[in-house]
Design a protein around this ligand. Structure first.
Ligand code: SAM
Length: 261
């Protein structure tokens, strides 16, 4: 391990490659090695002019091209040979990004770690569909919750979220959608507006809206899949086309490559 090795965890943003920070671009330009995830748009690799290695380590909803341990091993391997190793991760590395495991393994081996925060899908995807997470007089806070925990079980926080008046944003939850909706309905939230947004901020963006009591049915009818974000809250009404349930194909110039996993 060279003393100078630096591991930089870079947030790639939510999918649209223009939703990336200048600091992230500079980190990509300076990288010798890029290890990138499925939710990081490939177009961003165009910035990696001096990289000698660009390697897909595709992690997506429990479907792993490599296990986390294998990724950790690759980080150590490349840091022992190169000075600037970048882990390019979807959204923000610290929002359900398993960043801490990679930081811990690097630090334990004497590698310096740098974090470049990213624009999380949790905020950017609803915003891209004209859904504000807070709005004066409508929502005073928002929660970002995972649907599934490390054992692929329903997160206990869903029960707490169902009792809150906050806007609820749920990631990694499509496999538990019905179960989650039932919990909210049991807490009297069936009539609250709901939206599910798939591939947000990309050319494949697709949204279905309804209420918590019918959104699972509507999502199934529209064949909604991962990666998708669920939003529950009165703020969903602020989306201009809330009146009817709809699936919209939005044209933005960029896309996530859904074939990677
Ligand atoms: C492992 S988490 C990583 C989140 C990421 N660190 C972030 O800040 O956006 C992956 C989940 O994020 C959500 N997600 C990420 N990108 C998305 C997108 N473009 N559209 C919809 N959901 C997305 C989905 O819920 C997906 O299952």
């Amino acid at each position: 391990m060279t003393k100078q090795s630096v591991l930089t965890l870079v947030g790639a943003g939510p999918g649209d490659p223009e939703l990336i920070t200048i600091k992230a671009i500079r980190a990509l330009e300076a990288a010798d090695v890029i290890l990138y995830d499925a939710l990081a748009n490939d177009v961003l690799l165009d910035y990696c002019k001096s990289a000698q290695v660009t390697r897909f380590v595709g992690k997506r909803y429990g479907c792993h091209a490599l296990s986390q341990n294998e990724i950790n091993d690759l980080i150590l391997y490349y840091c022992s040979r190169f000075q600037n190793v970048v882990r390019l991760k979807g959204g923000d590395p610290f929002i359900f990004g398993r960043a801490q495991e990679e930081i811990d393994v690097a630090i334990a081996s004497g590698i310096k770690v740098r974090i470049v925060p990213g624009i999380s899908s949790a905020m950017a995807v609803p915003a891209s569909q004209n859904i504000p997470l807070t709005c004066r007089g409508i929502s005073e806070s928002f929660w970002v919750v995972t649907g599934t925990n490390r054992n692929n079980e329903l997160s206990k926080d869903i029960y707490l979220a169902a009792q809150s008046t906050a806007t609820i944003v749920i990631l990694m939850a499509m496999s538990k959608l019905e179960e989650i909706c039932d919990i909210f309905v049991n807490f009297g939230k069936g009539e609250i507006p709901a939206a599910i947004i798939q591939n947000g901020t990309t050319i494949h963006a697709k949204m279905v809206t309804g209420t918590i009591k019918d959104i699972a049915y509507r999502a199934a009818a529209a064949a909604m899949e991962n990666p998708a974000i669920i939003v529950f809250g009165e703020v969903v009404r602020l989306n201009r086309d809330m009146v009817i349930s709809q699936v919209r194909e939005l044209q933005t110039p960029n896309q996530i490559d859904a074939t990677k996993c």
